[in-house]
Design a protein around this ligand. Structure first.
Ligand SMILES: [Zn+2]
Length: 347
């Protein structure tokens, strides 16, 4: 469960300070140039006082808003409150209704715009915060009834999403185009993913350490061993047991041991177009595991790296919970905003 920190911006009825710099010319001296009452939508106040100032340097005038107020008619506090209600599980209309007792009328479209704004802010904040270990995983949500391929990158240090993109996870070029600028900007040194070849090739090309989620590996290797159990000759069944033991223990020397086993099993060529014999399938499994071994155990020597991609899946789980209550997103920007906010639990 993520922790929702309720930090609502303060709203002042009038400014207690003077502007420091002119927004046009950076001038630093001003004359007060009248005041206006500005009606606002807020949970506590209806109207604030806004002073106008004239810059003594460029002579232009501008409004200087009190804390928590800007050009929008909703205060910053109300905008944040609407987003928090939504992230906690209310529908867009429900948020409007919940604010009714505060004397605020807010349409579901206004709430929607507040969500977009908050998601953009969040993404900007995430933009430059360094991330050392990045979890990446794909999801396939429906947008307007069409299935989309979406990649989600999560900071495994704090469990929050840092980027969401429409990328086909099985296409190495596409994954690289999306991941490379992210990795460079955030200073990522390790990625955690499932056992897809595209992630493997991108990690190699970008010079990243790569931890492959051991839940995924155990799942597919378990299935393969189960099938081989039926077909591999009796005198080689002990190899299946040994593979299983090695995966449970993940010892440093596992790669070499798997390679030795691979050498021990006789190679029999089958004709072209013939299916692989059970022993050839076993050899293929051994060499694959032996080659991939280092990517199974980065967590063993780097304490910041988890041995599964569970952290990423948890962040994604929070997003799916939200999308169930929203009943399908109507657009990609809408979905992005929704996923980003719900996965973050709002700051
Ligand atoms: Zn000026």
């Amino acid at each position: 469960m993520s922790i929702v920190v309720l930090q609502l911006p303060d709203v002042k009825r009038k400014s207690e300070t003077r502007p420091e710099k002119c927004r046009y010319c950076q001038g630093e001296t001003f004359q007060r140039w009248g005041k206006v009452g500005k009606p606002v939508r807020d949970s506590r106040c209806r109207k604030v006082q806004v002073y106008r100032y004239r810059c003594c340097h460029c002579r232009r005038t501008f409004r200087y808003y009190p804390q928590g107020v800007d050009r929008a008619d909703q205060t910053q506090r109300l905008r944040k409150l609407a987003v928090i209600y939504w992230v906690l599980g209310m529908s867009l209309r429900g948020v409007g209704m919940a604010l009714g007792p505060f004397g605020v009328k807010l349409s579901h479209m206004s709430v929607w715009r507040d969500l977009q704004e908050q998601a953009n802010l969040l993404e900007k904040q995430r933009h430059w915060k360094p991330v050392r270990v990045l979890g990446v995983d794909g999801v396939y949500p429906l947008v307007k009834g069409k299935k989309r391929s979406v990649l989600i990158a999560v900071d495994l240090g704090d469990g929050r999403p840092v980027a969401i993109g429409q990328v086909d996870e099985s296409n190495p070029q596409a994954v690289r185009r999306w991941l490379e600028p992210l990795v460079k900007r955030l200073g990522v040194s390790v990625i955690v993913t499932d056992d897809l070849a595209s992630f493997r090739s991108v990690a190699e090309k970008l010079g990243l350490e790569h931890q492959v989620c051991q839940f995924h590996v155990r799942r597919w290797v378990g299935r393969t061993l189960h099938e081989l159990r039926e077909t591999v000759p009796k005198e080689w069944q002990w190899v299946l047991d040994e593979i299983k033991g090695l995966l449970n223990e993940l010892p440093l020397e596992g790669s070499r041991r798997l390679f030795e086993l691979w050498k021990q099993i006789p190679e029999r060529r089958t004709g072209q177009g013939q299916p692989l014999s059970p022993l050839s399938q076993l050899r293929a499994l051994l060499i694959r595991l032996s080659e991939h071994w280092p990517t199974y155990r980065v967590f063993d020597w780097d304490k910041d790296v988890p041995w599964t991609n569970n952290g990423t899946e948890q962040a994604i789980g929070r997003m799916k919970m939200r999308s169930r209550t929203v009943r399908g997103y109507k657009s990609w920007p809408g979905m992005r905003a929704g996923l980003m906010l719900s996965g973050s639990g709002v700051a």
